[in-house]
Design a protein around this ligand. Structure first.
Ligand SMILES: [Zn+2]
Length: 254
């Protein structure tokens, strides 16, 4: 009798243990599945971030390429820029790109430097208008003889505002034979720009000017057949063709 009671107790205990085990196991399975799902989510997140990183690296490479390209174009034009570089150089191949603050800082510095250079060298036209006479040898519009034209002529309307094509300092503001009322600005990298036949000068000598500042108004003073701007660019004392600096993407150089 006693023996039966014992075996019944043992059986009950065994059943309870089994029940517990099954319960614990299923709980374990649940927790495991939860963690596995979470891991899968994390893996997905990592994959997404990896993709984002690749896209970012591509974008950085694009900016780097553009900086390199701009530097090449300027170099062809005889303008060399020292770009601030972090250790190891700025143009890092994609696989070695370390996205760090230092790296972005150097990219930002380079871009700022480029923007600065673009405003320091005379690029573009001093006014909106058609170029009516090009640089080089031509037939003189007044006496018909062959003559060297040291700049370009741009058609203008009377008193049309004339703007400095780069940052610089006024080194002449007055009357010059042939040129009439003229403003001459000295810029960085050996450049000088000349704005002639003005009806009015708006800047005095030694005045610092920024690219885009109005320096005078168009007219026909001096040796001019009509209202236009005679625009010249000199570099280290030598005349250069202003059109060369209008088309920076062209391979021609001065
Ligand atoms: Zn001219």
């Amino acid at each position: 009798m006693k023996c039966k009671v014992y075996s019944a107790i043992v059986s009950i205990i065994a059943l309870i243990s089994l029940g517990f085990s099954i319960f614990t196991f299923s709980q374990f399975e649940k927790i495991k599945t939860t963690y596995e799902n979470q891991l899968k989510e994390k893996d997905k997140e990592i994959e997404r971030l990896k993709q984002e990183k690749l896209v970012l690296i591509e974008k950085i490479r694009f900016v780097e390429e553009k900086i390199k390209e701009a530097n090449k174009i300027l170099k062809r034009k005889g303008i060399e820029i020292k770009i601030p570089e972090p250790k190891g150089g700025i143009f890092i191949p994609a696989e070695k790109v370390k996205i760090s603050d230092l790296y972005f800082e150097s990219l930002e510095k380079s871009l700022k430097k480029f923007v600065k250079v673009m405003t320091d060298i005379p690029i573009g036209l001093p006014l909106k208008g058609v170029v009516t006479s090009k640089f080089g040898y031509r037939r003189d519009p007044i006496n018909g003889k062959a003559a060297f034209h040291s700049g370009i002529d741009i058609k203008a309307y009377y008193k049309q505002p004339i703007r400095a094509t780069a940052n610089g300092k006024v080194i002449f503001s007055g009357w010059k034979r042939g040129y009439g009322k003229v403003v001459i600005i000295k810029h960085k990298y050996g450049f000088e720009t000349v704005y002639a036949h003005l009806s009015m000068k708006r800047v005095g000598i030694n005045k610092p000017v920024k690219a885009g500042d109005i320096i005078g108004l168009a007219g026909s003073t001096g040796r001019a057949t009509g209202v236009h701007l005679h625009y010249e660019i000199k570099r280290y004392g030598r005349y250069i063709n202003p059109l060369e600096l209008l088309y920076l993407n062209k391979t021609n150089s001065f």
